[in-house]
Design a protein around this ligand. Structure first.
Ligand code: C2E
Ligand code: CA
Ligand code: CA
Length: 416
């Protein structure tokens, strides 16, 4: 198929543009083999064609990256409808010669603005895609105020409240390994929504922002906290579990008894629980006091997405935290950008000077893992080590005998 993206339309009509990037293609290729991988891409392109209207166009820009033109669409609200449809239809399970998979992808869209040419709109869509990748959102739509996240579906929160009641939320676990000694040291719990009607697993990019801005954030976090602690008790000490705690929850007065009671109920040593707090800006005094009190229980505090916020260095020096997680956007760009590599090195040194441990997230390849080890990074997390998995698969892959056979191979290269 061909598209008019990047060229002014001959009719003078203005269109919305989008870019979709399939994620994790190396892994899919590796697990499926070349022939099935072709089928996988063909199925994606077929579905894309089916989900778009007949007047819309798409073309492949590079393998796994597609540009779309939404014919005659000028408003962000219409793009939202198109994006919601694409998310729904492209995420349905796909069967490739006996393997059941789900497409993992990110989208960026832009509506035409003011005097913008179609080419400029198409460029804005590329920026929106970049933002989606950096912020790990499934879709970002650019509008006249710059790039903004897609508006939430009005039915989402009521349905999410039911999901919480019905136990449709589950934690997937992603391994964290010690960079020097090659051992799995714990896992981060990442929420997934097993949606029975849509028959798919929904990733947080589609709901977490709306939930974090609603009162459901507290019951969700408490539920996941208990779920993670209950699993961790079954693992051999000193394996840890990390749970994401949104800043709004940290502000609530009862987070301390909730954590304390859950640890006591399941009988988990507090030192095996890590609370990941996102660095978005300076925390209010009340939250800082809560962090101190949580540390007083023996719980470890980790600063997530380190490097993306706007906090002063003295703020970090005084922050009651044990660990920082360098944001994946720096780690993933390390091989192609000297600046990002320097930022990563700087974060590691800064954190060590502040007596904090460092986890690098978004480690996708062997070279990055080796470089991080050489820079003195303490722990690694990312697709190269393992993707987030349902707990049985996590245990099989990383904690049982199978892992013992695989891991030395994975890390052998680092030791040479
Ligand atoms: P985060 O806490 O920074 O989590 C890391 C995200 O990066 C996860 O996406 C994970 O699947 C993804 N990731 C890990 N390694 C790699 C890699 O090598 N390459 C790439 N491209 N991505 C990698 P996920 O699970 O979709 O979560 C996205 C965000 O949603 C999280 O970012 C966190 O902010 C939020 N989230 C996830 N689970 C929870 C939760 O239980 N509670 C709350 N409040 N937020 C959560
Ligand atoms: Ca996290
Ligand atoms: Ca992060």
């Amino acid at each position: 198929m061909s598209t008019s993206a990047n060229k002014p339309s001959r009719s003078g009509q203005r269109h919305a543009y989008g870019v979709i990037r399939l994620l994790g293609l190396d892994d899919v290729m590796h697990s499926l083999g070349e022939q099935s991988f072709e089928l996988y891409l063909e199925e994606f392109e077929y579905r894309l064609g089916q989900a778009l209207r007949p007047a819309d166009k798409f073309t492949q820009a590079t393998p796994g990256k597609y540009r779309l033109a939404l014919h005659g669409v000028a408003q962000a609200s219409l793009i939202e409808l198109a994006a919601a449809k694409l998310l729904r239809e492209l995420k349905l399970p796909v069967d490739i010669i006996g393997d059941r998979l789900q497409f993992d992808f990110c989208m960026g869209f832009a509506a035409p603005q003011g005097e913008c040419t179609n080419k400029q709109t198409a460029q804005a869509a590329e920026v929106a895609l970049k933002t989606a990748l950096q912020q790990q959102k499934s879709c970002v739509i650019a509008d006249s105020d710059g790039v903004v996240p897609k508006q939430a579906d009005p039915h989402l929160l009521p349905r999410f409240a039911e999901a919480l009641e019905r136990g449709e939320l589950v934690l997937y676990y992603q391994a964290k390994v010690d960079a020097a000694f090659q051992r799995v040291v714990g896992a981060e719990g990442l929420v997934r929504w097993h949606h029975p009607e849509e028959k798919r697993v929904i990733t947080p990019g589609e709901f977490i922002e709306a939930v974090e801005n609603s009162e459901l954030v507290k019951p969700m976090t408490e539920y996941l906290l208990r779920a993670g602690i209950a699993r961790c008790v079954e693992w051999a000490p000193p394996l840890t579990v990390a749970i994401n705690i949104p800043p709004a929850v940290l502000e609530t007065a009862d987070i301390l008894p909730v954590v304390g009671d859950a640890l006591q109920f399941f009988g988990l040593d507090a030192a095996r629980l890590i609370l990941e707090i996102t660095e978005r800006g300076e925390l209010p005094d009340q939250s800082l006091q809560q962090l101190e009190a949580l540390r007083g229980l023996g719980v470890k505090i980790s600063i997530d997405d380190f490097g993306t916020g706007q906090c002063s260095l003295s703020y970090f020096r005084d922050l009651p935290a044990d660990q920082v997680k360098i944001d994946a956007s720096f780690v993933m760009a390390m091989q192609s950008s000297h600046k990002d590599r320097s930022i990563v090195r700087g974060c590691i040194d800064l954190a060590h000077h502040c007596e904090m441990q460092v986890v690098a997230e978004g480690v996708e390849d062997k070279q990055t893992a080796a470089d991080l080890k050489e820079m003195g990074c303490d722990m690694l997390q990312g697709y190269w080590i393992g993707k987030p998995l349902p707990f049985e698969e996590f245990e099989r892959a990383h904690l049982l005998g199978q892992a013992a056979e695989q891991e030395p191979d994975l890390f052998a290269a680092l030791l040479k």
